[in-house]
Write a new protein. Structure first.
Ligand SMILES: Cc1ncc(C[n+]2csc(CCOP(=O)(O)OP(=O)(O)O)c2C)c(N)n1
Ligand SMILES: Cc1ncc(C[n+]2csc(CCOP(=O)(O)OP(=O)(O)O)c2C)c(N)n1
Ligand SMILES: [Mg+2]
Ligand SMILES: [Mg+2]
Lengths: 413, 332, 332, 413
């Protein structure tokens, strides 16, 4: 070993977002491919031959409201109107629940503003019996599956109508029936569970597939790696979704992503094919999701899909993003608003109109308000019918062991 | 004990196609301790297979499988290596039923060899049971002989909730009374070494009294049951020795009845003393038997240090330390 | 308490360039609880920076930094999220000095907000201290007021070994006596809310007697110290209330002296009961004070269930439960 | 959601090695590039432009004993003779210690048979002050650094001469002085610590670099992922070595690797450049290691290096590989023996001879035996001078807390 004092000192790189509050958002350097530009490989394409797809952005809707390119055409106008309604419903629902939280009717809330297309469109590629392992920001999966808004609200209010007995933080829904796995507060844990669930389906020679969900920031967690290792090894029938909404609370995506250009690229380390998609383009999300789901169903194994989107609101009701990013950043975001984009397209092809849209908005507002009334008639976090404290001791185990019986008695029940 | 565990797997897999076995080296090779030998050959490689070296992945995928409806029984190669999977155990397996109010459940068994006595040093000797007993939603089981190991493992696999199944590795090949310098006794020379070939279960939550006595009660589990029995015989004291078998749920009635009878209590485990499961036992016993206790409850446990290699037998709470503690309890 | 913790960071970083701060959102933004506000601006982004969402990575890289010679002080956003880093804490940070006989050491502080009371439900409310106190090689600290928080944190950063620093998040903005329906009291109205701007340390391993008394001894720490004091005042009982401040090493003399004086003991913590740190305290007290105890030691703790959202105040061991236990101890 | 009963059943893929005991080893399908075939990129090459290097195998020594191609020439004959001696010493040391274990002088041992080149050659690219974070299978780092064999043996014997006071399993060495971090029994934990150590060097504007080590099987662990995330994000000056010796106890590398062709490819998911090297070629290991170390020193960040080698012996003294792989597999392994290859090269260039080799073998055997006598004069695991039980209570903390003082007294010290 030799001495190396002649060396220049090292220095630590700490990635920074381009702008901070006070600065002018500028996304001009973000390369956004044209709609229709990215090719659509065969379903059974060798991952090694489609590396480019992890670095582009699959887009279907162009700026003029046309659906173009090889990924277009996966949905009928009827289905697209459904999709529009789902996204509008989710946005209206979010808005009401946000207000309800501000009114003290619950403790906490998390919105999807700007990201509605991702979960709403993806749900439509699944079959009954398939299972999502979502994060807290995919309630669109439930909305698009037709899960009752009242039940969602009862969960948010932790009232007596909550099927999880008020045990979970608001927005931590669960619905086996609707292919929505119980949400965990511990980031990323669900990702590897989804792989196990998919492995089970394959072990049982079943036909069900799983969809794993994770945020950009959470890909840094260990569970993400384990999920890719196991999915890659056992060729599990699972779609490995990554929702890159640019932010993890106050931390921009560059901290989790590091030196790779994209999150989709993570798949390449495992020989897993990876797509990168415009997450604000309902048609693109659906087309890419369908492609990946089809791979899983044909026993071709996992696919990584990165949805490029933007978290337009705060991380949660506990967060104020103006502390770490310019207020105008959301508007400057180049991929636009998913609802406006789909609406524009439907109008362009003569399947929708401004009038119908206004009417739909009113109908949806009405539906949401009625659901809210129904839910609040049961109760909110602080008033009305709430789960009994007695319930607190149930479901720790299938059968209550003596020490919990004793504690329940001590608690007075 | 290895054969008993292997046999429990075999019977469970034969009886229920939802039982799948996964872990490092458990497939073709049959496990570094051979507890899964022959299973892959018999049941096929999608029911018993090697996992990547990721305890997180093993537990995490097993949770997904359990939620699907399978009954995974997975092996962690040494209990010392469960920590990478601890988040999935604590935050996920233990809570899934609760947080979904029973909509999703996790019938999962996580087996792991535990304890020292094989010169495994600090990373092949740990007894982390207290890290499980503190977690609501988990059951924790630790057998002390082949017959129990089989029956408890079958009960654990049948159980609708996650069960941590600790296997005292020093007992794999025979009972061990802590006299490491004496010849190894194989199980076939021990009465509890006889294992019925049938499918049977030993219920979770029930302790076994290994020796009746009236002078004091010794609470123990796993390897230390044998050490305690040896110390008792050597001292000639009339101790009641209770083998807990299941730590959670705890068989409190059996413990309380015994200590109320004897008026004295010694707790023996191999895990480090501070915040070990013995603390919980002491807290329970002093509360439930306060007016019957004639002496302070003593604990004999591993020292509050990592498990050293060269000093293995200085660390291991052998019969001499147990005997000294018995005397202390009797003379107090 | 937030300002006190921020200030301790500031002073430590100013005094010692080896002190670096890392964690999720701790950099530009200053932490979700604002405990690191302004540090990046003042000391530069290579001394205080955002980490990826990997508790394993945060602890693991911090161990490497500590081994290099730095003094990392890292934040885990909630104690509930420490599990992915638990292997690095238990198997590595706690053992490095031991296994290398002092050749490599790990002067590392791991801060984490703990406890409930903010409607955080099961994944923002946990009190996992017993999972640290069982691990040889770790010190575990938990302050109950701003003055202690600052002095203990500075002592922890100075300490040559890994220290787990638990911050009761319900105390961040004021003392909390458990009466959640009463108005929030800010720290500035509380005597311990006055924090000297100077650099000072509160030694690890020393408990503080918050109230002297002769009827019984209450052992507690963190938020529950305030709850216990409230219950004592409301009942009008002459209790001695001891705030442990450091769980490991434990100030055993202070505890033993007090219980021998009062003859009765109640232990209060927010963590789940079974195998909680209260068990260790009960085991120690019954042994050391056996002949002075006039009643069984009682424990008031969180129920052995996950922390529910709607039922937060049914779960939290508030002044009523503490008062009932005081009565039980006094009347036994 | 629609029903999907028309689908074919899924099935689980469980990768298997090509042959099992009883079968005939056949490595003919393993593509092994010619020596000299793989290009040598500039030190500051963009990772995206050197993806191919993760899929080839950098080789310098050809079958005829020539050193060829762009990676040749990093070492003088003198240095190569040192390297040969290091490898021979390591092999002789292993052989003695294996026998010692069989004789009951210690509890456990792990050999390097067939993998000597990896650690011996890599050590020579480091400077004083740099730090390795090794696994249990890199003792060559110590041998090549000139760490005394006697001290290594004292560690293996856990005797009173062991600087770690007999606390650790045999072969879990530690030497700060020699840039050898204390070994952990928990696989992979060191990988991310190495990244932290390297980050510290950069934070302090120092010039030291770190080298992380991991086995093929252990790359599945979470720490591997965390290491890549942090190294990639902060551009840590670290070399991320992966020793692919084909086996993880009884599990072949395909289980950990999954669908990616190589372990080196893992780097691509993070934009980290990756090399794949013939681990049985001393010259290639050195050249690739030097390239990666130079990148780190120039503050260009981390490099992943996969060494392709073969674990010729059992995993440890507790393992008998004939239970899971054909006995002849080791001989069939196409990359040959690292000692024979380097010896052949030195002879071919006239810098060595059979006679000198025989003589060197005898000298080395003598050195090892003398060291062993010296170590055994102190003691072995079961006899002689052993660390005092009193020591057991030291170093848990810098200062012994009261409860440990009490326990030590209870133990009689
Ligand atoms: C294991 C764990 N660590 C930290 C947290 C705290 N936390 C909650 S959300 C969040 C950010 C997640 O960001 P991302 O994955 O990008 O998802 P997004 O919120 O943007 O959808 C953090 C750090 C947590 N919940 N779990
Ligand atoms: C966390 C953890 N899990 C499991 C083990 C048990 N174990 C020890 S070595 C080994 C195989 C490692 O294989 P590899 O990483 O390829 O390294 P090699 O032995 O081939 O050098 C296993 C599974 C361990 N030591 N630590
Ligand atoms: Mg995000
Ligand atoms: Mg290997």
């Amino acid at each position: 070993m030799t001495e190396a004092n002649d060396r220049l000192p090292l220095s630590l790189t700490v990635p920074e977002p381009d702008v901070r509050p006070g600065g002018q958002p500028d996304f001009s350097h973000v390369r956004i491919p044209q709609a229709g530009e990215i090719r659509r490989p065969a379903i059974d394409e060798d991952p090694e031959n489609m590396r480019d797809l992890a670095f582009g952005i699959i887009r279907v809707l162009d700026r003029d409201g046309n659906a173009v390119g090889p990924w277009a055409g996966s949905l009928s106008p009827e289905e697209l109107r459904d999709g529009l309604r789902h996204m509008m419903t989710l946005r209206a629902y979010d808005a009401r629940m946000l207000v309800a939280q501000r009114q003290g009717k619950t403790s906490f809330y998390m919105q999807h503003l700007g990201e509605e297309a991702v979960s709403c469109a993806f749900q439509r590629v699944l079959n009954k019996g398939d299972m999502n392992f979502p994060t807290y920001r995919q309630a669109g999966l439930l909305v698009a599956a037709g899960y009752p808004l009242v039940k969602m609200m009862c969960q948010v209010y932790s009232n007596d109508g909550d099927s999880a007995r008020g045990r979970q933080l608001p927005v931590f829904y669960s619905s086996k029936e609707n292919g929505f796995f119980s949400i965990s507060g511990n980031l990323a844990t669900q990702y590897v569970q989804a792989v196990g669930w998919a492995m089970a389906s394959a072990i049982m020679r079943d036909t069900k597939i799983a969809a794993a969900w994770i945020g950009d920031g959470s890909t840094a967690e260990s569970d993400f790696h384990a999920a890719l290792v196991f999915a890659s090894t056992y060729k599990a029938p699972v779609v490995l979704n990554i929702v890159n909404n640019q932010w993890a609370i106050s931390t921009f995506q560059g901290i989790a992503r590091g030196g790779s250009g994209t999150f989709a690229a993570r798949g390449h380390g495992f020989g897993i094919p990876a797509l990168r998609v415009d997450g604000n383009d309902y048609l693109a999300v659906h087309a890419a999701g369908a492609w990946a789901a089809e791979r899983a169903r044909r026993n071709l194994g996992p696919t990584v899909v990165e949805y490029v989107t933007y978290r337009a609101a705060g991380h949660s009701t506990s967060d104020d993003p103006s502390g770490y990013r310019p207020k105008q950043e959301s508007e400057a975001w180049p991929l636009g608003d998913p609802i406006l984009r789909l609406k524009g397209y439907l109008i362009a092809i003569g399947e929708w109109s401004e009038e119908r849209h206004v009417q739909a908005e009113a109908e949806i507002a009405d539906t949401v308000v009625r659901a809210q009334k129904e839910a609040e008639a049961i109760g909110t976090l602080q008033s009305g019918r709430r789960p009994s404290p007695k319930d607190m001791f149930e479901d720790v185990y299938a059968e209550m062991p003596p020490h919990l019986v004793e504690q329940r008695q001590q608690a007075g029940y | 004990m290895i054969e008993a565990i292997q046999n429990a797997h075999d019977l469970a897999m034969g009886a229920d196609e939802r039982v799948v076995v996964m872990g490092q080296d458990v497939g073709y090779f049959g496990g570094v301790f051979r507890c899964t030998a022959g299973l892959q050959k018999k049941y096929g490689k999608t029911r018993c297979f090697d996992a990547p070296i990721s305890e997180l992945g093993i537990v995490g995928t097993a949770i997904g499988m359990a939620a699907y409806g399978l009954r995974p029984c997975v092996e962690i190669q040494f209990a010392d290596y469960m920590y990478p999977g601890y988040d999935q155990i604590v935050s996920e397996a233990a809570r899934l039923r609760y947080r979904s109010a029973g909509e999703f459940t996790c019938p999962l068994v996580i087996r792991m060899p535990t304890g020292g006595g094989i010169y495994g040093a600090q990373t092949h000797s740990q007894s982390p049971e207290a890290l499980f007993t503190h977690v609501a939603g988990l059951k924790t089981v630790i057998p002390s002989n082949p017959a129990d190991a089989k029956g408890l493992l079958l009960a654990a696999i049948e159980d609708p909730d996650p069960v941590i199944f600790l296997e005292p590795k020093r007992l794999y090949n025979g009972p061990f009374d802590g006299h490491h310098d004496r010849p190894v006794v194989p199980w076939k020379k021990h009465e509890a070494g006889e294992v019925s070939p049938d499918y049977y279960t030993v219920p979770l939550g029930k302790a076994a009294t290994r020796r009746e006595g009236s002078d004091l009660t010794i609470l123990s589990y796993g390897t230390m049951v044998h050490v305690a029995l040896a110390a008792v015989e050597e001292l000639g004291v009339d101790a009641e020795v209770i083998d807990l078998r299941t730590l959670i749920p705890l068989d409190k009635p059996a413990i309380v009845e015994s200590v109320r009878k004897t008026g004295r209590c010694l707790i023996v485990h191999e895990a480090t003393l501070t915040s070990g499961y013995g603390a919980e036992l002491a807290a329970v016993v002093q509360r439930e038997c306060f007016y019957h206790l004639e002496a302070p409850i003593e604990r004999v446990a591993g020292w509050d240090t990592p498990y050293p290699h060269a000093g293995e037998w200085d660390y291991f709470p052998g019969p001499n330390r147990v005997a000294a503690a018995i005397k202390a309890v009797m003379e107090a």
